[in-house]
Design a protein around this ligand. Structure first.
Ligand code: SAM
Length: 516
């Protein structure tokens, strides 16, 4: 067994759904640039270094007509994933132990190729083969997603990695190594705080994320032998040599709009092409990580999409209005804030009305045509100005997509907004909730379930009414006690009233966990 396989067998990497890698996200990115990427509902997907299948399995569950193949070197991770596939009864996914180096032309063509959290941690020949696979096995309008660590941000992060490796070498057990790394970074941040040097400020910034990070993450992020960050332009030079072209970023696009006009202008003048411009942005933002999308070099990429590009698309909100009452009829500036506290301000009534409507409809994906109609009505724009309003709103929403105020989708998500008389939770979530409190939802995100939500989800299988669910929860609690709760809490939990079950079902619907 290779050192890599042994390392991931010893400390498995907890896979999770990552929407940025989902065929819907990749298809939307391509279609926004006028590339007719395959329908996510009927496509073929390959994931390289899929770990436990934590990302690929929920995709296979929500896209039953598509085919998924995941490979990884670690037999233990693959065995775990295969057992979930079997328990969930999925027939459209195969997870197998194989090396990326084993993939050749006999594997056929793929509409989407995903390689997340792998490229920087593998040796050069494996990196080159990842690019070879994308260059040779992508379907004509296929999209490849490759994430990797970038300079210049990693020049600073490498100091944390160096000190982590220096100190962890004296411990044997991986869990102890990870805990000690967390402790030493906290200690050094405190010890150097009074110096107020660039490095002490950086260490202080790293402390909160390390405090929250799981042991497996610290172990593989900072203590693996191989970690090769690179500059974006270097990555693209190699991708172009493999017959690939830059499509864009899957997430965290370069926020050119956020720069002052004169800076933006100068950067554009200094740039020979988009790759140069993106590289300047990485220097400005000290970027540490990219999720780059690539297509075949011969595919024409439209960088200024026509106004009708959004017509077949759906949108969701990524930001909420800051003020409780947004004025959508005047040019009064309004701020929209993302979960991390950052945001953007707009004074355009039509865009304000659209962003408010998306926030009110969250977590649903709203068809563009419906959004246009609602925003025009709210902003008092007469119907005879529809063509003009459509062009303006489409252009503003595409900019809002690159500035992360909205996400754009090719299809609605397969969840229902309300529980029916026989509520049915995602079968995959039910399988996983037996062992864990974090489960994938039907929007391809991870959700942390409360003990009550976990109990109700376990019995909401589409065959029971609310009273029966309440009784089943009580019986389950009586027999084995609810998982992860203290005795007093268990007492308080069992049984749930029918009204409480109803409330929990509302919460599960809001978490996008209920299906028709
Ligand atoms: C950091 S983990 C990421 C796993 C998964 N993509 C995720 O994001 O959850 C890196 C994975 O790459 C796998 N890997 C490394 N080298 C590989 C190779 N040559 N062939 C196949 N898998 C490999 C490891 O076993 C490990 O599961």
């Amino acid at each position: 067994m290779s050192d890599v396989a042994r390392s991931y067998d010893e400390v498995p990497y907890e896979g999770k759904p990552l929407y940025a890698t989902h065929p819907d996200c990749l298809a939307a990115a391509a279609r926004l640039r006028c590339i007719p990427a395959a329908d996510p509902a009927q496509c073929r997907v390959l994931e390289l270094g899929c770990g436990t299948g934590g990302n690929l399995i929920p995709m296979a569950y929500t896209l039953p007509e598509s085919q998924f193949l995941g490979i990884d070197l670690s037999p233990r991770q693959i065995a775990w994933g295969q057992s979930i596939v079997q328990q969930a009864g999925l027939r459209n996914i195969e997870l197998k132990v194989a090396s990326i180096l084993d993939v050749d032309r006999n594997w056929g063509r793929f509409d989407y190729i995903i390689c997340h959290g792998v490229f920087s941690w593998v040796p050069r020949p494996v990196q080159d083969h990842i690019l070879w696979i994308c260059g040779n096995l992508l379907a004509p309008y296929g999209v490849a997603y490759i994430s990797y660590n970038t300079y210049p941000g990693w020049h600073l992060r490498a100091v944390v990695r160096d000190l982590a490796q220096f100190y962890a070498a004296r411990f044997d057990d991986p869990a102890t190594k990870a805990q000690q790394v967390r402790a030493i970074v906290q200690f050094l941040a405190r010890a150097s705080a009074s110096l107020d040097s660039p490095l002490s400020r950086y260490l202080a910034e790293e402390v909160p994320s390390l405090a929250e990070a799981a042991d497996y993450y610290i172990y593989h992020e900072h203590l693996e032998d191989t970690n090769h960050p690179l500059y974006f332009y270097e990555f693209m030079t190699r991708a172009r040599a493999a017959g690939l072209e830059y499509l864009g970023e899957a997430w965290h696009h370069s926020p050119l709009d956020s720069l002052p006009d004169e800076v933006r202008q100068t950067l554009v003048e200094l740039s020979r092409d988009l790759v140069d411009l993106e590289q300047w942005m990485d220097f400005i933002h000290s970027r540490t990580f990219r999720r780059t999308l690539l297509c075949r070099a011969e595919v024409p990429v439209e960088r200024t999409p026509p106004p009708d590009v959004l017509r077949p698309m759906y949108l969701t909100a990524l930001a909420r209005p800051q003020s409780p009452e947004v004025d959508v009829t005047t040019p009064q500036p309004e701020r929209f804030v993302r979960d991390d506290g950052t945001g953007a301000t707009t004074n355009v009534p039509l865009l304000k009305a659209a962003l408010v409507a998306l926030f009110q409809r969250w977590p649903a994906a709203v068809p563009f045509s419906e959004l246009l109609e609602s925003a025009m009505a709210q902003a008092n724009i007469p119907r005879d100005q529809q063509a003009q309003a459509e062009a303006v709103l489409a252009a503003l929403l595409v900019r809002s997509y690159t500035s992360h105020l909205v996400a754009i989708h090719t299809r609605p998500f397969p969840f229902v907004g309300e529980a029916g008389p026989l509520p049915c939770a995602s079968r995959l979530a039910r399988v996983l909730a037996k062992e864990q409190a974090r489960v994938p939802n039907l929007r391809h995100h991870l959700v942390l379930l409360s003990p009550e939500q976990r109990q109700v989800l376990a019995v909401a299988d589409g065959r029971h009414r609310r009273e029966e669910i309440a009784r089943a929860v009580a019986v389950a609690a009586d027999q084995r006690g609810p998982p992860d709760v203290s005795a007093e809490r268990a007492q308080a939990l069992a049984p749930l009233s029918t009204q409480q079950v109803d409330e929990v079902l509302r919460q599960l619907a809001r978490c996008a966990l209920l299906e028709a």
